[in-house]
Ligand binder design. Structure first.
Ligand SMILES: NC(=O)c1ccc[n+]([C@@H]2O[C@H](COP(=O)([O-])OP(=O)(O)OC[C@H]3O[C@@H](n4cnc5c(N)ncnc54)[C@H](O)[C@@H]3O)[C@@H](O)[C@H]2O)c1
Length: 346
C-alpha cells in the first residue's frame, strides 16, 4: 500500500518511521524544496490505516508548496503526520514528541514544522527540545491566527474591490462563518472598517460574543450578503450549496473550501468571485516564516500580509482577461514560480 502511494506521488521525499514503543507511524513528506526548505505543520490523528496517514501527509504537503509559492515566500512544501493508535497524553505524549523531534532534526532542516490538528504550541516546545526547525512554539512569533486574520482582511478588501470597484468595507455586508481563533479576530477588524458583519458559529455563544448579527448555523448558505467568508470548516462550497448562495463573492480563511476542483468552475459560472483559499489564508505562514525565520520587523510583516491582497488582484485580473477561474490562475502562478526556481536550481 505504501509502495503504491510512493510511486504515484509527485513529491521529493517521504520519510517513514514506525515508533514501536507507542505504535505511532511518523510520516514526513517533503513535496518540494525548489523555493526553499519544506515548511508545514505536523498533524496528530487516528487514521483508519497508516496508509491513510501517509496519503494525508502527501496531499497536504503539495498544498503547502502551492501556498508558499503563491505567497512568494521562500519556502517549499512539507507536512508531517503522526498517525497514532489513540491520542497520547502525559509522559507518553512527551516521549513520542521527543522522538519525533529527533527524526525532524535528522533531516537537517529540509523540513521545518509548525502545529496542525492536535499539535499545540506546548507540544511544539517539546519537539523543539530536540530539533531547531520548529515554528509556533509558545515563546516565538505568537499565534498564527493573528496573521491569518489580517491576511484574510486584505483578501476580503481585494475581492470586494474587484466586484464593487472600491475596497472600502464601510456598509458592506460580510457573513463570517466560524468565530474561532481567526474568525473572531477577523470580525473585529471588519467591524473597525465599518462593515455590516453577520456571524454564524455552531457554538452560538462564540457568535454572540462578537457583537455581530447572529445567523443560525443552518441558514448560512441562503443568507443574503455581499461576501461570504468561510472561516470554520472545509467543503462548504459544493454542487448543493453553490446554487443556494446569495452573495457576490467568497473570501475566507478555512482550508479546502471547495469540495472538488469543479466547484471553482461552478462559482465562476454562477458569477460569484472566489478568492482561492490557500491564497486568502496564507497570512499565518507568512507570519511564522517572516517573524521566526526571515527576522522581519512588525512593519515588514504588515507589508508581507498586505501582499495577500496584491496577489489576489493579480489573479482576479488574469481571470477576467483570460476567462479562467481565479482558482486556475492561482494554480498556474504557483506552478510557474516553482518551475522557475527549479530551473535555476535554488
Ligand atoms: N489558525 C490559523 O492560523 C489558520 C491558518 C490557515 C487556515 N486556517 C483554517 O481556518 C479555519 C478556522 O481556523 P481557526 O484556527 O479559527 O479554528 P478554530 O477551531 O479556532 O475555530 C473554528 C470555529 O468554527 C466553528 N465551527 C465549526 N463548525 C462550524 C460550522 N459548521 N458552522 C459554523 N461554525 C462552525 C467552531 O465552533 C469554532 O468556533 C480552519 O479551517 C483552519 O484550518 C487557520
Amino acid at each position: 500500500m505504501f509502495e503504491d502511494l510512493l510511486r504515484g506521488w509527485d513529491g521529493e521525499e517521504a520519510v517513514i518511521r514506525f515508533d514501536a514503543a507507542s505504535g505511532a507511524w511518523m510520516f514526513v513528506c517533503i513535496h518540494s524544496t525548489a523555493l526553499g526548505p519544506g515548511g508545514g505543520g505536523t498533524r496528530m490523528r487516528v487514521y483508519p490505516t497508516p496508509a491513510d496517514g501517509l496519503a494525508d501527509a502527501m496531499k497536504l504537503s503539495g498544498a503547502m508548496t502551492r501556498k508558499f509559492a503563491a505567497a512568494d515566500i521562500p519556502r517549499g512544501g512539507g507536512k508531517a503526520v503522526l498517525a497514532v493508535p489513540r491520542l497520547p497524553e502525559g509522559e507518553a505524549r512527551r516521549t513520542l514528541l521527543l522522538r519525533y523531534g529527533e527524526l525532524v532534526a535528522a533531516l537537517g532542516g529540509t523540513y521545518r514544522t509548525a502545529g496542525d490538528m492536535n499539535i499545540s504550541p506546548a507540544d511544539l516546545d517539546v519537539v523543539a527540545e530536540r530539533c531547531p526547525w520548529v515554528y509556533g512554539t509558545t515563546g516565538r512569533g505568537g499565534n498564527s491566527a493573528r496573521g491569518t486574520a489580517i491576511g484574510t482582511l486584505h483578501a476580503i478588501r481585494a475581492t470586494v474591490e474587484h466586484v464593487f470597484g472600491s475596497s472600502s468595507l464601510s456598509g458592506r455586508r460580510v457573513l463570517v462563518q466560524g468565530a474561532g481563533a481567526v474568525g473572531a479576530d477577523l470580525i473585529r477588524l471588519l467591524q473597525a472598517e465599518g462593515a455590516d458583519v453577520l456571524v454564524s458559529d455552531v457554538d452560538e455563544a462564540r457568535a454572540v460574543q462578537t457583537g455581530a448579527t447572529v445567523v443560525a448555523a443552518a441558514d448560512v448558505i441562503g443568507t443574503e450578503c455581499d461576501l461570504y467568508s468561510p472561516c470554520a470548516v472545509g467543503g462548504t462550497l459544493n454542487a448543493e450549496t453553490i446554487p443556494e448562495l446569495r452573495c457576490r463573492a467568497v473570501a475566507g480563511c478555512a482550508n479546502n473550501q471547495l469540495s472538488e476542483p469543479e466547484d471553482g468552475d461552478r462559482l465562476h459560472a454562477a458569477g460569484i468571485l472566489y478568492a482561492p483559499d490557500y491564497v486568502a489564508n496564507a497570512g499565518g505562514v507568512i507570519q511564522l516564516v517572516g517573524l521566526e525565520d526571515l527576522e522581519w520587523t512588525e512593519d515588514e510583516l504588515q507589508q508581507g500580509l498586505a501582499r495577500v491582497g496584491d496577489t489576489l488582484r493579480t489573479l482576479f485580473r488574469a481571470s477576467a482577461e483570460e476567462g479562467i477561474t481565479p482558482a486556475a490562475a492561482a494554480e498556474r502562478l504557483a506552478a510557474e514560480r516553482v518551475a522557475a526556481a527549479a530551473r535555476v536550481g535554488r
